[in-house]
Structures are given as C-alpha cells and as structure tokens.
Design a protein around this ligand. Sequence first.
Ligand SMILES: *[C@@H]1O[C@H](CO)[C@@H](O)[C@H](O)[C@H]1NC(C)=O
Ligand SMILES: *[C@@H]1O[C@H](CO)[C@@H](O)[C@H](O)[C@H]1NC(C)=O
Ligand SMILES: *[C@@H]1O[C@H](CO)[C@@H](O)[C@H](O)[C@H]1NC(C)=O
Length: 118
Amino acid sequence: MKFLYSCLLLLAVFAASQAFSSSWGKRNNTDILLSRQNERRAPLKNNYWSVNIDYPRAGTSNNYTISFINVIDNFRNTSGATPSLWSGGPGYRYAQINLRSQVSRGIDSTVEIYGKRK
Ligand SMILES: *[C@@H]1O[C@H](CO)[C@@H](O)[C@H](O)[C@H]1NC(C)=O
Ligand SMILES: *[C@@H]1O[C@H](CO)[C@@H](O)[C@H](O)[C@H]1NC(C)=O
Ligand SMILES: *[C@@H]1O[C@H](CO)[C@@H](O)[C@H](O)[C@H]1NC(C)=O
C-alpha cells in the first residue's frame, strides 16, 4: 500500500514536472534572442492540441547556430502543454518544437530561441 502510494506520488510529481517549462542546450550570456513567440490555444473539449513550431519560419532563413531553446509554460500549474524537441535544436540552425496540450486544456506557452553571436 505504501509502495503504491509512493508510485502514485512519483507519477504525480513527474506529470507536474512535465507540464512545466523545458529547455534544451545552454545559454551563453553573449547569445542573442533569435525568436520569441507565444502560442495560445483555447481548450478543445475532449481533445488535445498538437502544435508544431518551426524555426526558422517557412520562407525565412536563419544563419545563426541555435544554442538554447526555452519553453515557458505560462499557465504555471499542471494544465500546461508538454514541449518536445522533434528535430534540430542546439548545434543546428533549425528546430522543430512540438507542444502537446492535455485533453480539454488549452495552450499558453512561450518559445524562446537563442543563437550564438558571430
Ligand atoms: C560564451 O561565448 C564566448 C564567445 O564565444 C566564449 O568566449 C565564452 O567562453 C562563452 N561562455 C560560456 C559560459 O560558455
Ligand atoms: C544568410 O547567409 C546567406 C549566404 O551567406 C545570405 O545570402 C543571406 O542574406 C543571409 N541571411 C540573413 C538573414 O542574414
Ligand atoms: C491553470 O491555469 C489556467 C490559466 O490561469 C486555468 O485556465 C486552468 O484552469 C488552471 N488549471 C488548474 C488545474 O488549476
């Protein structure tokens, strides 16, 4: 019983940490902010959002190497979307980040991308 409880607690902590902000790479204080965008979606009843964020945006180019990606969950509770890095990221000049919301919850996340100054 105690074991089961510990497992549930761990799961709950894991779920909460999933919903919070994530980052990839390391930020150097000489890095420049290449992009910052807010993604907001209203909740879908009994369904979830899966939003892909591409950097650079279609039709634009990026000559900087990405050093750091920061995703901030603006809900700051357990309702937030789970960010994943699907391709690219630190060391590359492109990145695709996916935000997957929870069922019947919206998205309010900020995605920041930093690059190395040349
Ligand atoms: C930040 O970048 C500069 C220039 O590339 C480098 O000299 C410095 O060591 C870096 N700092 C850290 C903390 O990585
Ligand atoms: C990126 O580099 C290419 C080739 O060096 C250049 O033609 C282009 O204008 C650059 N783009 C930006 C946004 O600086
Ligand atoms: C989290 O915060 C958002 C925005 O303030 C709110 O809509 C949502 O209901 C909250 N979720 C929980 C579980 O409190």
